[in-house]
Each structure stands twice: as structure tokens, then as C-alpha cells.
Ligand binder design. Structure first.
Ligand code: DGP
Length: 123
């Protein structure tokens, strides 16, 4: 799979942001939407996305405003706490591009927890 260098407005998370596709929302503010992953890999599996049009972590880090970046990471922290993950621990994953296995080309992190998650990277 190859990845465009421009943002694809037809990607599934863009459609969720436009309200064209439903999601199981867990939090939302001016800059951020978080919802449950449709194919959960752990008892808690939440996707956190910026509302801005960023393809991946590199694009977000390079081009998002300070307010967007702050809102994003504060939301991640808030969600982990609200779902009881901070005591036992959790994992944040941001897949990027082809080698990273990114399926949806709108920047997002996965918050995974609620069980021991094992090795970080499969063989
Ligand atoms: P990634 O490989 O990091 O791009 O993961 C994309 C995730 O998005 C994957 O775990 C499945 C999830 N996903 C794909 N389509 C939908 C959808 O329509 N709704 C929700 N809630 N999650 C989706």
C-alpha cells in the first residue's frame, strides 16, 4: 500500500468526523474526538484523533498548532484515567505509513489496556 502526501478527505475517520458514519464516542472537545475501535484488541481499545486534517504522527507533530497538540495529549491522559488504566498500565500505539501498518490515513493513537499486553512488537 502506498500513502498519499496530501490528506485524503474520503478516509473513514474524516467521514466519522463529518458525522457520515457513526462511532461509539467516549469524549469530544474542540480539537479532539475519541471513540472505541471497531475491532478491539484489548478490553479497552480507544482511538483518539485530532479534528484537524493530519495524515500521521509526523504530519501532526510538524504542522498542528500548539493548542491542537496540547489538547490531543491531554485528552489521551484524561481518557486513560477515566477508563481506569493508569494504575495497572496501558499502551499507546501510533501506526504510521506502510511499514507502520497504518490502515486509516488520519492521525490517531490507539489506547489499549485492561489486560497484560505482552511484547511490544510481534516477530
Ligand atoms: P491503524 O492500523 O492504526 O490505521 O488502525 C485503524 C483502526 O481503525 C483499526 O484498529 C480499526 C479501526 N477502524 C477502522 N474502521 C473503523 C470504523 O469505521 N469505526 C471504528 N470505530 N474503528 C474503525
Amino acid at each position: 500500500m502506498t500513502f498519499a502526501t496530501t490528506y485524503d478527505d474520503t478516509n473513514i475517520f474524516a467521514r466519522i468526523l463529518r458525522g457520515e458514519i457513526p462511532c461509539d464516542r467516549v469524549m469530544e472537545n474542540d480539537h479532539v474526538l475519541a471513540f472505541r475501535d471497531i475491532r478491539p484488541q484489548a478490553p479497552v481499545h480507544i482511538l483518539v484523533i485530532p479534528k484537524g486534517r493530519y495524515r500521521d504522527a509526523a504530519d501532526f507533530g510538524a504542522n498542528a498548532s500548539a493548542a491542537e497538540i496540547e489538547a490531543f495529549w491531554r485528552a489521551v491522559s484524561q481518557i486513560a484515567g477515566a477508563h481506569g488504566l493508569t494504575d495497572r498500565g496501558f499502551r499507546i500505539i501510533a501506526n504510521a505509513g506502510a511499514d507502520g501498518g497504518q490502515e486509516v490515513p488520519h492521525f490517531h493513537v490507539h489506547i489499549l489496556g485492561g489486560k497484560s499486553l505482552g511484547a511490544m512488537v510481534g516477530k
